[in-house]
Design a protein around this ligand. Sequence first.
Ligand SMILES: [Fe+2]
Length: 268
Amino acid sequence: MTHIKTCCESIARSGFGTLQISDAMLQDYRKIVHGYSAISQATKASFSFVQDTDGFFPFGAEYSLSEEHPDLCERFCYWPVHASKRTAFEFIRSDFFSAVDTFERQISELAQELMDGICAEFGVPPLASMRLASYMQLCVYDAQAASSDRRFAQDPHEDGHLLSFIKPNREGLVLVRGGSLEPVRLLESEVAVLAGSLLTELSDYAIPAAYHAVLTPRKPVARSSLIYFVNPCPDQVLTGFCRRQAINLNRTVNARHTSFGNQPIQLL
Ligand SMILES: [Fe+2]
């Protein structure tokens, strides 16, 4: 598809691109963003698996720069690799969870297709399936975040993955380029795609990581952002895009993952 090729070229050049999503994905996205507020505290407390970075996490459990400066949000994470361990939970039969599950299947296919295109830009073979090393995350910023005197609800950082697909429901996401902040503006049917430092390493530093942040809103307004983080398959021997040398990113994957306050990824 033309728009995928355009996005691949843009990422290969600048570390940032935008991509159209289907109407079906957009509908699931709306169900996820709107459905979160109906989930009870009891469900959130029981469906939380810290060792796996899976399920619900309370406000302030993740940070971008320092532990004393947590992201001003709560979050829900979904890893398909852990789904078989959750079958006893009634919550997985909710509309919210079904929408997350369906959205993840579709965006994982888009991610694979996009990465195939990026590899093609550099003339290297495609990567093995990344789905079971990748995960979704919904960040929910309460309206009270606006009362914070912080400039950022999420401090400047890069995500430390190959790619991040980010779809916020209102403004606030900015790219940090040098000393300037560039607002990311998306059509309703678009998702932002940001390169992370794993892709920088894999591309032998040809592709820059997209540093970004979330501005604290000036008025009290709730904000949500649905993200898909893409990691490489840990079993694949990767080859650098330019030097064509073998690269093992598994230690780096975990170093990046734990730098946000998360537990190490067990499958690595
Ligand atoms: Fe981020």
